[in-house]
Design a protein around this ligand. Structure first.
Ligand code: NAI
Length: 246
């Protein structure tokens, strides 16, 4: 479905980003694997792709830095001469109730999740505009739709991503660029591993399908949104959440 495409996946050293990168490569895309600090994780993702005959290169850098994001896009353009797909996946949490949330907890989550997505979309879109084609996929969260106690910073960043997705879709649609968001629910990754059993049980009680999602559940949708199968879909927020939010 992605034969000869060129994709950038931010935060590809583990979890959902890793699954998206591997799934894209399996569908024929060359992939730039961005990550911030986990050299081993990123190298493992690269090796898994190469063992299956795919092409992947690593890019280490913090997407919350405007100039690093620009450098990431230029790196991809130099290596593969184009950017067909950008997945803004890199994300962090710094959970606390608002009374206890420190200013830096708010700032760091907004900087990585929201500003990082803006930085990458801005610099990628200038290349995509010249190509007159491209797909941008932003990883939001159901928490950006319904909110969550203890996640004021995270919910604001993910709701911001939804507003940004719709605005970008309106700005870039006439130039052949589709922009959509995926809002995952409760997916099995290191990010959700840290939650206690009580919290997990409470969340599961609100999920009609009565199970957590797998990273592949998210990456399968990302493949569809990155492919020509979704050419008439833009500005949408699609949940992958076992029916949690409807
Ligand atoms: P994770 O914590 O397992 O992986 C996050 C990835 O982002 C890592 O590769 C990390 O190196 C990278 N990263 C973090 N800060 C970065 C930065 N400044 N620059 C570049 N890379 C950076 O997280 P997970 O669970 O795989 O989540 C991926 C995305 O999906 C995040 O945006 C998260 O908010 C979102 N999401 C996850 C859900 C879940 O249940 N796991 C649910 C809803 C959304």
């Amino acid at each position: 479905m992605l034969k000869d495409k060129v994709a950038i996946v931010t935060g590809a050293s583990r979890g959902i980003g890793k699954s998206i990168a591997i799934n894209f490569a399996r569908q024929g895309s060359k992939v730039v694997l961005n990550y911030r600090s986990d050299d081993n994780g990123a190298e493992t993702t690269k090796q898994e792709i190469e063992q299956n005959g795919g092409v992947a290169i690593l890019h280490k850098g913090d997407v919350s830095d405007f100039y690093v994001a620009e450098e990431l896009m230029n790196f991809c353009k130099e290596k593969f001469s184009r950017i067909d797909i950008l997945v803004n996946n890199a994300g962090i949490t710094r959970d606390a109730l608002v009374m206890r949330m420190k200013e830096e907890d708010f700032d760091s989550v907004i900087n990585v999740n929201l500003k990082g997505s803006f930085n990458c979309a801005k610099h990628a879109s200038s290349i995509m505009l010249r190509q007159k084609s491209g797909k941008i996929i932003n990883i939001s969260s159901v928490i950006g739709i319904i909110g969550n106690a203890g996640q004021v910073n995270y919910a604001a960043s993910k709701a911001g991503i939804i507003g940004m997705t719709k605005s970008l879709a309106k700005e870039l649609g006439s130039r052949g660029i589709n922009v959509n968001a995926i809002a995952p629910g409760f997916i099995e990754t290191d990010m959700t591993d840290v939650l206690g059993d009580n919290v997990k049980e409470t969340i599961l009680s609100h999920i009609p399908l009565k199970k957590m999602g797998k990273t592949e559940d998210v990456s399968n949708l990302a493949v569809f949104l990155a492919s020509n199968m979704s050419d008439y879909i833009t500005g949408q927020v699609i949940t992958v959440d076992g029916g949690m939010v409807m």
